[in-house]
Design a protein around this ligand. Structure first.
Ligand code: GZL
Length: 319
């Protein structure tokens, strides 16, 4: 691994010498900045905003970076086009929050062939892990399992509907797997499950459809993120039902508005998904460019919160 990384660093240095790129790509504290292209998914949720802020803060000029930021409006083809653009600009490193797990092999191979290291943050990909230097993310399956354990313990025998995250994304796939494994053997009855694409509007629209179809038969909602749960609140109250009581709600993220809904008793339980990954990602970019051996995977720990926790923690939460 060190040899490959050293090879990348040497190739990169030769490329820089020939093309006279702005940065020497070492981030050694000199006055030259490390140019990083960051391909973000988009701006679909409160979590995404907190993640983008964390990344922009970490990849500042004061920290030795020149950040080129692109938000892909939740469309993979736009995100892949952004990565190709970064390759053509000859950036020193590329960071990607990959919208979906599949479809990355070609563009990651192009980055590797160009001698530009790639770091994944947040979500991960199905491509071979020799196509990226490292992934900083979360244990989505554990998040789903924690939500399912709460549901089995506090809402057994319920009729469940699920608002799934973006189809084909690592969090949607893994949270579903974790949740389903945790409720196996319980008396929870799944009525329906559809994607709301991690957005408030998507959560509201899909929940409206569920309520038209099942009405007050529904008494448990699992939303793969707070934002879809928050959108569902509008649909639930419009149907004359009381969220948190008639329909118990468990979500994932623990962004401010989700924790406020939990404190207000509209949500019943939230599993955290930490968006503050910027510092770790920036550290990894510098290490990789310096030719250091880095861990292939870094999982950032998550918590889980009840209403009492939310009331206590809200005043001091960083996001
Ligand atoms: C999870 C992240 C998910 C959040 C959503 O790490 O990818 O995407 O749970 C966000 O809120 O849209």
């Amino acid at each position: 691994m060190k040899k490959i990384l050293a090879g990348v660093a040497i190739t990169g240095a030769i490329a820089l010498a020939l093309t006279g790129c702005a940065s020497d790509g070492t981030g050694d504290g000199g006055d030259e900045l490390i140019t990083v292209g960051f391909a973000q998914t988009g701006s679909e949720s409160g979590w995404r905003s907190a993640n983008t802020e964390s990344m922009k803060e970490a990849f500042s000029k004061d920290n030795g970076f020149d950040l080129i930021f692109n938000a892909a409006d939740n469309k993979q083809e736009a995100q892949i086009a952004a990565v190709r653009s970064f390759i053509n600009q000859g950036v020193d490193a590329i960071v990607i929050a990959p919208i979906t797990v599949d479809g990355w092999d070609d563009v990651l191979t192009e980055a590797k062939d160009a001698g530009i290291p790639v770091i994944l943050e947040d979500r991960t990909v199905s491509a071979s892990d020799d196509l990226y230097a490292s992934w900083v993310g979360l244990d989505f399956e554990k998040e789903g399992h924690t939500a399912g354990e709460w549901a089995a313990a506090n809402a057994d025998g319920s009729n469940l509907v699920v608002l799934e995250g973006t189809t084909g994304s690592a969090p949607a796939l893994d949270r579903a797997a974790g949740f389903n494994s945790a409720i196996e053997g319980s008396s929870i009855n799944l009525l329906d499950s559809q994607t709301g694409d991690f957005t408030r509007d998507g959560g509201k629209k899909v929940m409206e459809g569920f309520l038209q179809k099942y009405g007050s038969e529904i008494n448990l909602l699992f939303a793969h993120n707070d934002d879809m749960g928050l959108g569902a609140l509008d649909a639930i109250t419009a149907a004359g039902l009381t969220p948190g009581e008639d329909i118990k709600i468990v979500t994932i993220d623990a962004v401010h508005d989700g924790m406020q809904a939990l404190a207000d008793g509209k949500f019943n339980y939230i599993v955290e998904c930490n968006p503050l990954l910027g510092e770790k990602v920036a550290e990894l970019v510098k290490a990789v460019l310096a030719g250091e051996e880095v861990d292939k995977t870094t999982i950032v720990p998550d918590g889980a919160f009840t209403q009492e926790d939310a009331i206590e923690l809200l005043p001091t939460r960083p996001y």
